[in-house]
Design a protein around this ligand. Structure first.
Ligand code: GAL
Length: 390
């Protein structure tokens, strides 16, 4: 274990030389906060450690849930929290992080909009020995990122493609080949190219789909099979809807030219795709001819669509668990330790391999909404029915 004073002197100064958790426990509520920052043997209340939490947007439920989960778990641990959402606008996020630093943040947790746009902010943080935890999305091209908490993003892509193949009947529920030969007409959507995750999702999905594209079980009539062609800037629902409309007009003129499935990397994008397909007369649900569409995030509007047979699947990433890992990492820094990584190979940000903690995800289809989402308390049955969070 490194000495906190050499690891992050600033945090050490904020919390004194007794570890935060130990200090709180030892003080039993009385006498904490009496020593000056950095004073040997002193300690400060956890609330004197401020953690800046930068989230990308409130336009997607998942980020609101992430922000709330991180905030409440940090507050439970006694920290002071400065939570900001940036409206998917890069200058806003840069400004918010600048302000967090100016206002004296001791640790930063950052879910970036553009993984390469925060260089100046992170340099300023590093200059003040502020540990930086990259949240869900890797921050690229900088030395100044200390830890990364996320899901196994490559596997999320594998799961997205697997769910598409299951919906088409090429794979069964166990993931075994059924012998179904198609050919099935599919189109491919990717996320925002400036988000590192988009490349991992795409990589996992394409590695899974490629054998079927090669053998002719799957066909992409548009020929748009590289990530640049399939990308959706800022993961926008509207952009995805427009691209789907254009693809339908140009490549699926009706008759035998029918689309069977769509690879979608995120529920918002899936809903844009589904709207375009419904407007083009594909039917209201899968049973009446709507193509099979994948997704991600188990957003409540999409969970309802899955429950009612409109969207085929989503990928559930439990944001409460991700928040917990971010909070664990923050606690470790506050105690002068290094957070515990479970992956030290996968996430090279262009400058270094960032030690990471990866969580697992699950495929959600209509049949397991109850067991995965309702029983775990992620959504209530009423919320699923309403398609809205309370
Ligand atoms: C990614 C994230 C996904 C999804 C997407 C759009 O970075 O990993 O879960 O939320 O952004 O917000």
């Amino acid at each position: 274990m490194k000495n906190q004073n050499t690891l992050f002197p600033r945090v050490a100064a904020a919390i004194g030389s007794v570890t935060l958790i130990g200090a709180l426990a030892a003080c039993g509520g009385g006498g904490a906060g009496s020593a000056a920052p950095g004073e040997e043997g002193g300690s400060q209340a956890a609330e004197d450690v401020t953690i800046g939490v930068a989230m990308p947007t409130q336009t997607s439920e998942r980020w609101i849930a992430d922000g709330e989960a991180v905030e409440s778990q940090l507050e439970e641990a006694g920290f002071t929290v400065d939570l900001q959402f940036a409206n998917d606008d890069i200058p806003t996020q840069q400004q918010q992080i600048d302000q967090m630093i100016t206002k004296g943040a001791d640790i930063l947790i950052v879910a970036s909009i553009d993984g390469t746009a925060l260089g100046n902010q992170l340099q300023a943080a590093a200059d003040q020995d502020i540990p930086i935890i990259s949240y869900d999305r890797l921050i690229n091209d900088t030395e100044n990122v200390d830890f990364y908490v996320t899901f196994d993003n490559y596997n999320v892509g594998v799961q997205q493609a697997t769910s598409l193949l299951q919906g088409l009947g090429v794979l069964d529920a166990e993931g075994e080949e059924t012998g179904e030969e198609g050919p099935f007409a599919i189109e491919l959507f990717a996320g925002s190219l400036d988000d590192n995750n988009a490349h991992f999702f795409w990589g996992g999905a394409m590695d899974t789909l490629e054998p079927y594209l090669d053998s002719g079980v799957l066909e992409v009539a548009s020929g748009q099979t590289n990530i640049e062609q399939a990308a959706t800037l800022r993961w926008s629902q509207e952009t995805a809807q427009k691209r789907m409309e254009d693809l339908l007009t140009s490549h699926y003129s009706g008759g035998s030219d029918q689309l069977d499935g769509v690879l979608s990397p995120y529920d918002g994008i899936s809903r844009g795709i589904i709207t375009a397909l419904q407007n083009a007369g594909y039917g209201k649900d899968i049973e009446s001819g709507l193509p099979v569409t994948s997704g991600q995030d188990a957003e409540i509007a999409s969970v309802k669509l899955i429950d009612t047979g409109v969207q085929y699947a989503t990928i559930f990433k439990d944001t409460r668990k991700l928040a917990t890992q971010a909070v664990e990492a923050a606690k470790a820094y506050a105690a002068g330790d290094e957070p515990e990584a479970n992956d030290t190979e996968s996430y090279d940000n262009g400058v270094k391999v960032v030690p990471s903690f990866l969580l697992e995800s699950d495929i959600v289809v209509a049949e397991n909404i109850e067991s995965l989402l309702i029983e775990s308390g992620y959504w209530t049955a009423e919320e699923v029915e309403a398609g809205q969070s309370k």
